[in-house]
Design a protein around this ligand. Structure first.
Ligand SMILES: NC(=O)c1ccc[n+]([C@@H]2O[C@H](COP(=O)([O-])OP(=O)(O)OC[C@H]3O[C@@H](n4cnc5c(N)ncnc54)[C@H](OP(=O)(O)O)[C@@H]3O)[C@@H](O)[C@H]2O)c1
Length: 251
């Protein structure tokens, strides 16, 4: 029997990442999480389903902690080149939400870039370097419609997600062997991030009414259902055929 895949995921504590990690923990193989805290209930779930679990605790904005986490991840991957190797860059932050003339806090801009694009590029580098002999390797970047359309006050968020899309195109263009890559917009999901968006005053985020309406009308996607569709796509033979994909086109 072929061993199950090894899947690395960032930001598994809440929201979409939590749902992805929980479904992965039920699926066998080896799950590696990179999060600031352990994911509630994950160890028990993995044990019940015979899934090997490595929880690496790391704040993605802490450069030296991230270096150590990348080394730990690399050790697992180096021993797993006989199986499918996957990485899902899920961790993300939407703040700062400010119009361009009020984006004045350097640290908050840098933090968003660190989490949303610097860490994915850095971890992908290590992933690629340590899976060279793997017959099937897959990189999934959780992007956003915000990377493909401009929203006022999301200058930082839109820029980081657009960067993710372009980075996916570059990695694909480099032609790494046995590699599929996809930057995926996951839709509008009922998570803490959406609650945070709705809490932003209209004076700071003019489009807030659109997200309030979607929430009021029950139009937000469920995190577990989105995770299920996302993992189905990741495992499918067509994964990577569409470099910039949208989960809503895969229903
Ligand atoms: N929700 C939506 O409607 C929506 C739409 C489009 C795209 N997305 C994208 O989907 C992904 C997941 O979003 P979500 O809605 O699930 O967000 P969420 O509920 O806010 O969860 C974000 C996750 O990222 C982690 N994270 C943030 N900063 C981190 C750091 N410095 N180090 C390590 N982990 C960190 C959080 O961990 P902590 O618990 O430690 O904070 C949490 O696990 C994001 O990339 C987001 O941009 C979401």
């Amino acid at each position: 029997m072929k061993p199950g895949p090894v899947t690395v995921i960032t930001g598994a504590t809440r929201g979409l990442g939590y749902a992805l990690a929980h479904e992965l923990a039920e699926g066998g193989g080896h799950l590696v999480t990179l999060s600031r805290q352990p994911t509630p209930g994950l160890a028990e779930l993995a044990q019940t389903h015979g899934t090997m679990l490595t929880e690496i605790l790391v704040d993605l904005v802490d450069a030296s902690a991230l270096e150590q986490a990348a080394e730990q991840m690399a050790k697992v991957l180096s021993k797993s080149n006989d199986r499918q190797c996957r990485i899902i860059h899920n961790a993300g932050i939407v703040v700062p939400i400010e119009p361009a003339d009020q984006l004045l806090d350097f640290q908050s801009i840098r933090t968003a870039f660190d989490v949303n694009i610097t860490a994915p590029i850095y971890l992908t580098g290590h992933f690629l370097a340590h899976t060279r002999n793997c017959p099937d390797r897959r990189v999934m970047l959780i992007s956003s419609g915000a990377g493909r359309h401009a929203y006022g006050s999301w200058g930082v968020y839109c820029a980081t997600k657009a960067a993710m899309d372009r980075y996916a195109e570059v990695v694909h263009a480099e032609g790494h062997p046995n590699l599929r890559v996809c930057s995926l917009a996951p839709g509008v999901i009922d998570t803490g991030m959406q609650a945070q968006i709705r809490q932003t005053p209209e004076s700071k985020f003019p489009a807030v009414g659109r997200f309030e309406d979607m929430h009021r009308q029950g139009m937000l996607a469920n995190a577990a259902q989105t995770a299920h569709a996302t993992l189905k796509l990741l495992a499918s033979n067509t994964f990577g055929h569409k470099l910039l994909d949208d989960i809503r086109d895969n229903a």
